[in-house]
Write a protein that binds this ligand. Structure first.
Ligand code: DGJ
Length: 375
């Protein structure tokens, strides 16, 4: 008993030393209340009844052979600094007839609450066992309790058999296909902008890789995903129960190769942090702005304000989410991942305060900062 008590006490003190009380140290190990680095990557945070919940990829630690111990991790906190491990909210299903079987890939999970149904809905990027990143599916799961367990419903490619709202009749009827063009030539890039892959994937459904969810002021939920071979983002409307797609979707920044979208609303506008497409390696951060979620998104450049080297790699991170700390006061926190592809569980969390300049958000590096101080 005394041993357990001493272990817990040491872990709590460790957590306070490494992450202070209220202090965030981007890039350092971030121990949970048991002293283990928080295993919730490509994640997001949601507040429910006065508690913050962090959902993210729970990656198998290096050397772990048991693939059934994989899924979406959930952590809870009252102050966004000290986190309690709540276990796996969604776990792979130990059954080879399930698409969610061990060996599949679950990335960038996001959870939202549906006020009408009273249910928590999780969507995630889902790749199938042994198929690399070819499947490009999105999976959905549901739970009555925020911490789960979430019941896996299905995985799909969205919007099969429907055209994007902002797709012209001319674009629908182009006859050029992939076979006619050499990849990455100017002609090919133009064809991609003109919907080459939208037409290719029309019947089977559009690709869904890196993703996020966003609930607009009118309560409509949007599933935002890298589609068209990661060349174009699709903003796809979810049904009122958040469990399916309505078929209403918009192409955003066609041909611009955006991944890692993270959306927030501030100052009457919609902002999106995103990245380019360089696998696990960080690249220059991107910021885009729009007057409406389904409006005309405009890329405005790199939101990082560091040295040239730091800006080129977004301070060694890739965006995953923006925490609305105090929406009324425009206080937000940038959440990113510093991936370690050799040991994904060890990937570090890069949290930085969103700062403002000329009504535009930006991020600066801080070795250590006090999250309580910015509220
Ligand atoms: C970049 C994505 O943003 C990550 O979530 C992950 O899918 C890697 N690519 C895999 O290379």
């Amino acid at each position: 008993m005394t041993k357990i008590f001493t272990t817990i006490l040491i872990s709590m003190v460790m957590s306070m030393i490494v992450h202070g009380q209220g202090s965030i140290k981007p890039g350092e190990l971030w121990p949970d209340s048991e002293g283990k680095h928080i295993n919730a990557h490509g994640g997001a945070i949601i507040m429910h009844k006065g508690t913050w919940y962090w959902f993210g990829e729970s990656r198998l630690p290096r050397g772990e052979q048991d693939r059934t111990r994989y899924g979406v991790g959930c952590y809870s906190s009252k102050d966004l600094v000290s986190w309690k491990n709540e276990g796996l909210a969604l776990r792979v299903i130990n059954d080879t007839s399930s698409l969610l079987q061990p060996g599949c890939v679950v990335e960038r999970p996001k959870v939202i609450f549906n006020r009408k149904t009273g249910k928590f809905v999780m969507w995630f990027h889902h790749e199938l066992r042994g198929q690399g990143y070819r499947a490009a599916l999105t999976g959905v799961a549901v739970s009555d309790n925020i911490k789960g367990p979430y019941r896996y419903i299905r995985s799909l490619r969205p919007n099969a058999g429907v055209w994007p709202v902002n797709f012209t009749n001319e674009q629908k009827n182009y006859s050029v296909t992939e076979k006619d063009l050499k990849s990455w030539t100017e002609e090919w890039k133009q064809a991609v902008r003109d919907g080459l892959f939208v037409r290719r994937d029309f019947e089977g459904g559009q690709m869904a890789r890196d993703m996020t969810l966003f609930i607009d002021v009118d309560g409509t939920a949007w599933h935002i995903h890298s589609a068209e071979e990661n060349m174009t983002l699709h903003f796809s409307e979810l049904t009122p129960d958040f469990l399916d797609f309505t078929g209403v979707y918009y192409r955003v920044l066609p041909g611009e190769s955006n991944e890692a979208p993270a959306i927030f609303r501030a100052k009457g506008k919609y902002f999106m942090f995103s990245s380019g497409t360089t696998g696990w390696k960080p690249n220059p951060g991107r910021l885009s702005v729009s007057d409406a979620i389904s409006g005309e998104w405009k890329a405005t450049g790199n939101p990082c304000r560091g040295s040239e080297e730091e800006n080129k790699i977004t301070f060694g991170s890739q965006s995953t989410f923006v925490i609305p700390l105090n929406q009324k006061k425009d206080i937000f926190v940038y959440m990113g991942d510093r991936w370690n592809p050799q040991n994904l569980a060890d990937s570090r969390h890069i949290w930085l305060p969103v700062e403002w300049e000329n009504e535009m958000p930006l991020i600066r590096w801080h070795d250590e900062w006090d999250i309580k101080g910015i509220k």
